[in-house]
Ligand binder design. Structure first.
Ligand code: WT7
Length: 648
């Protein structure tokens, strides 16, 4: 933790959109009169049918509802495209920077509008209508944004699946929401390496539960030869080109679903987080404008993949709703060389740069020279998201990347929250490295102890939100009970974030990390239960327990304890095989960093694994194991401590 304060730069404050005094006045208004506040803010969108109702929310489980602008109707794609045509038709909507530095192009709002209309007509012609689910399994190419907006145009619900997920993970997501159509590419391209997307789709569609898929649209990306199954598989480009460049946007109710995005929870399979249309777009466009202090001539770059919520809210929907220029990058930070991010910044004169702490730490390890050899003079604002940023990385980002000139916004939020909830506004709020600072308008955080008692003043505990905001998720797709159980039962009357937090004497929030069985690996969520079930699916594994552990680059790593079946040997070869197995079952992001053989796991007499002890062993905090006397066999702990894999 750092006690250093970086005050808002006076020159910056003089020309900002929101000053400290304005922040305070607006915040006070937003919590005193949320209806008045949000009904004014929602006027930033074009409504086909204006709303008269604003907020209709109860977090009480017996009378539960979350509805915003419920009697209004709009179209999300028209808000992101059509309404900009008159004033911004020739403005660049998307700057595409390919994996190969020689491959880049710009797409204007007019061109994007035409392409989205064609794609929307195609989807309609293929029998996709309002409420139908469409899976999108694409690389970071403009077609991903086009596909999302085309769904939005006809009221279809997209479910984007990150291209790094395995065929099984893709199949599970397709099956859960019964998608009728999949949009994919022949192959993806990242850091010069090819990702067999179409082959993964083919494999996924052999899995049970996926027969809902009628059509697979294939974008040609690398031109690699791939198998096309007739009549199921069709080429995207040929069909899109045949369509009319006009498509009347479907009027959808504010509370109609816009998308489903699967995210890991502490138990069971990933949850389909469902976001709706009116509140979500209001929230992401307004936060995008305020948090990044957006200007008409900004070139805005968020490095997230559209497979994650950051890509939805702050690569596609927020920026396009605001008529901004958004950069989509297909590649990785260290290819062809370690200066790539900054070369892209200079090439496209990026003014706002938003990335994850894990990327900053990885680049920091390579030293200052690869950054210093680029100009970066165009950048005026930096942002981070995804996990707590350690103060050393914050300082380096500020001093080296931003040359000490640029404010940093550390934005705390979640897939579930739709947009940023605790975040500085760059011209208003002094920064403290490692703190996400203060709540955004309308957001009411509180810190509770484990009994649910709300703490006052400087304190530490679990982070809850005591009132709704328009960007909040509305349900877990197909399982509303799970939604209520997961988020609203632990602390009655409030949304439980799953995060721990500290509040200091200035009211600043410091997120301390997940307090549930979710691991945050490089800013991506992995459920321990998912990794465990992948491990026990291996024929040689009897039992597995997975916890998070400290990791210099990833923030948290994955630490697995594995008990083999009788007669099996814990060899180095089998260890590698199991790591590969998890990669194949879930995807590379879920690969265990450490895999320890466990002759036995610490269990209570009722058979519950005591993860608290396993976490401490994985952290090398073996002096903090606590009371082990309630274990069925306290002896197993000694062996695990002796064989632990992290010792420093
Ligand atoms: C979890 C949500 C928000 C989009 C990307 C991740 C952690 C996120 C911060 C931050 C500290 C952060 C939390 C949260 N987190 N941003 N600025 N400071 N922690 O979305 O995959 O849903 O993960 O990421 O633990 O609960 P996600």
């Amino acid at each position: 933790m750092s006690n250093k304060i970086y005050p808002v730069d006076a020159a910056y404050a003089a020309q900002t959109r929101i000053t400290r005094a304005q922040y305070e006045a607006l915040y006070a208004e937003s919590v005193a009169d949320p209806e008045g506040f949000w009904s004014r803010i929602a006027q930033r969108l074009d409504w086909i049918r204006p709303f008269t109702q604003v907020k209709d929310v109860s977090f009480a489980v017996e009378d539960f509802r979350i509805r915003w602008f419920a009697d209004g109707a709009l179209n999300v794609s028209a808000n992101c495209l059509d309404r900009h045509l008159a004033s911004r038709g020739d403005k660049t909507a998307i700057v595409f920077e390919g994996d190969d530095p020689a491959d880049s192009r710009r797409i204007t709002y007019r061109e994007l509008h035409a392409e989205v209309c064609r794609a929307a007509n195609l989807l309609r012609n293929l029998g996709i209508g309002k409420g139908d689910r469409v899976a999108i399994y694409l690389p970071m190419i403009p077609e991903a944004a086009v596909a999302m907006l085309a769904c939005a145009r006809i009221g279809a619900v997209h479910s984007v699946v990150f291209g790094g997920f395995s065929p099984d993970s893709l199949a599970g997501r397709i099956a859960d929401s019964q998608c009728k159509l999949v949009i994919t590419a022949d192959e993806g391209l990242r850091g010069g390496k090819k990702v067999p997307l179409k082959a993964n789709v083919d494999e996924a569609l052999t899995r049970p539960g996926t027969t809902s898929v009628e059509t697979v649209l294939v974008v040609r990306r690398t031109g690699a030869p791939i198998a096309m199954q007739t009549p199921r598989d069709r080429w995207w480009a040929a069909l899109v080109a045949e369509q009319a460049a006009e498509c009347a946007p479907e009027a959808v109710n504010a509370e109609d679903p816009l998308f489903i995005l699967y995210t890991s929870g502490s138990t069971g399979k990933p949850k389909g987080v469902l976001h709706t249309s009116g509140g979500y777009l209001t929230y992401v466009s307004y936060t995008h404008e305020c948090v990044f202090d957006l200007r008409e001539d900004d070139v805005y770059w968020c490095t997230a993949d559209v497979g994650w919520v950051t890509g939805h809210s702050y690569v596609v929907y927020g920026p396009l709703a605001n008529g901004a220029t958004t950069l989509m990058f297909e590649g990785v930070p260290n290819w062809p060389d370690i200066s790539r991010f900054w070369q892209v910044v200079d090439k496209h004169q990026v003014t706002i740069f938003y990335t994850a702490p894990t990327a900053i730490r990885a680049l920091m390890r390579e030293g200052e020279e690869p950054v210093r050899r680029t100009s970066r003079q165009s950048i005026r604002l930096l942002g981070t998201v995804g996990e707590p940023i350690n103060p050393e990385a914050w300082e380096w980002y500020h001093r080296v990347v931003g040359d000490g000139r640029c404010p940093i916004v550390d934005t705390w939020w979640q897939t579930e929250t739709g947009g940023a909830l605790i975040t500085p506004l760059p011209g208003a709020i002094d920064a403290k490295p490692g703190s996400a600072t203060l709540p955004f308008f309308g957001v009411k955080p509180a810190i509770v102890d484990t009994n649910g008692a709300v703490q006052e003043g400087a304190c530490e505990g679990n982070l809850i939100l005591t009132d709704s905001w328009p960007g909040q998720m509305r349900t877990v797709y197909g399982d509303h009970e799970r939604f209520i159980d997961t988020y609203f039962r632990t602390y009655p009357g409030a949304y439980f974030t799953g995060d721990g937090a500290r509040r200091d004497a200035d009211g600043y929030y410091w997120i301390t990390g997940r307090v549930d069985d979710v691991i945050n690996v490089s800013g991506h969520r992995i459920g321990t239960a998912e990794v465990e079930s992948a491990l026990v699916a291996h024929p040689k594994v009897a039992e597995a327990a997975v916890v998070g552990c400290p990791h210099d680059l990833k923030g948290q790593g994955i630490y697995a304890y594995v008990t083999l079946k009788a007669g099996e040997n814990g060899s180095e070869e089998l260890r590698k095989e199991l790591v590969q197995w998890v990669r194949k079952e879930i995807g590379p992001i879920a690969s265990p960093d450490y895999l320890q053989w466990a002759p036995g796991l610490p269990k209570t007499r009722s058979g519950k694994i005591m993860r608290r002890i396993l976490r401490k062993i994985a952290e090398n905090a073996t002096d903090q194991l606590g009371d082990t006397s309630t274990l069925a066999d306290p002896g197993v702990v000694q062996n695990l401590v002796e064989q632990r894999l992290i010792r420093a």
